[in-house]
Design a protein around this ligand. Structure first.
Ligand SMILES: Nc1nc2c(ncn2[C@@H]2O[C@H](COP(=O)(O)OP(=O)(O)O)[C@@H](O)[C@H]2O)c(=O)[nH]1
Ligand SMILES: [Mg+2]
Length: 303
């Protein structure tokens, strides 16, 4: 299945929720106040959020005036460009330029961190990279067991310790192992106990210091995983993580399970952090490197 079709499938619920309204708005009308008003409502319905939806429609009004657009069909094409532009913040791909590189994966419990790590590992191994998973979620033994299954499935190696171990110490072990085995990418899983913000911040800072000390100058990404089904709540979570951890990339999971796929645009636009992956299912192949233009095409195309 091609990229575009897979996005469409992943966005099926969103598209179903939007399709009647979108087609009613876009087919055969004029770019008048009613159109802009209905469009704003429709984008809010898709979970762009009031701020982002209003901004997008305001830009569309301006462009329509400047470019003398006449029809709603032209409006649709212009809106695609505007939304794609809103999504274009920062580097679209993980920057993994050193050997090893490090991806620290953070986010609250249940959003899909471990699964996303497994999926990314699968991709990287398929690209011929040597990948090591670090079981930094030591809160429950089951967390490391789950990561171990993904290691086996993907062909990555894993470093884990006992339940309750200091995550920074697991990371330290992981880095030593990576150095001795010539690993290309280290993916670090963490526990996301956001209800204890200070603890979480201390834990992530400690991990960060170990990485700095043991791998000075390495390429590193802090990937925040957000559950797409939590909509605007996820955005609030994201702001907190941005504050405590210096997030460089976002993975939005479970887009297959929500009618509110527009959250992707809200997240990128409000946080000014690039969405680098979207999750559209539970299997290894259900993670897509994010691409703005086809995403927006799929969202807004005629049904
Ligand atoms: N439908 C769907 N389920 C997902 C996706 N990503 C993760 N999940 C499921 O979400 C649940 C929690 O995932 P997990 O990786 O354990 O979350 P963690 O606590 O953040 O590590 C699991 O049942 C996953 O299979 C996705 O993109 N789509
Ligand atoms: Mg987990």
């Amino acid at each position: 299945m091609g990229f575009f079709d897979k996005i469409k499938e992943g966005l099926a619920k969103t598209k179903k929720a939007l399709s009647n309204t979108l087609d009613a708005i876009f087919i055969g009308g004029e770019l008048d106040d009613d159109f802009y008003e209905e469009l704003t409502d429709c984008l809010i319905l898709a979970d762009l959020g009031v701020g982002t939806a209003t901004r997008a429609v305001e830009q569309l009004r301006q462009q329509a005036r400047q470019k003398r657009l006449q029809t709603t069909e032209e409006g649709r094409e212009e809106l695609k460009l505007i939304l794609a532009d809103m999504l274009a913040v920062g580097e679209p791909r993980l920057q993994l330029n050193t050997k090893p590189s490090v991806v620290l994966v953070i986010g609250v419990n249940g959003v899909g961190k471990t699964t996303t790590i497994g999926k990314i590992a699968t991709r990287l191994v398929n690209e011929g990279k040597k990948v090591l998973l670090v079981a930094g979620d030591t809160f429950r033994a089951a967390a490391a067991d789950q990561l171990e299954i993904w290691a086996e499935r993907s062909g990555a190696s894993i470093v884990r310790q006992h339940e309750g171990a200091d995550p920074a110490s697991v990371v330290f072990d992981g880095i030593q192992s990576a150095k001795s085995k010539g690993v290309d990418v280290i993916l670090i899983d963490t526990a996301g106990r956001l209800h204890n913000k200070q603890n979480l911040m201390n834990e992530l800072n400690k991990i960060s210091r170990i990485v700095d000390r043991e791998l000075p100058g390495c390429s590193r990404e802090t990937l925040l995983v957000l559950d797409g089904t939590t909509g605007q709540n996820g955005l609030i979570q994201a702001k907190t993580f941005k504050e405590i951890a210096g997030v460089t990339a976002i993975a939005l999971t479970k887009l297959d399970g929500t009618a509110k796929g527009g959250i992707v645009i809200a997240v990128a636009n409000e946080l000014q952090i690039p969405v680098k992956f979207i999750g559209v299912g539970e299997k290894a192949e259900d993670l897509m490197p994010f691409e703005a233009a086809p995403f927006v095409d799929a969202l807004l195309e005629e049904n």
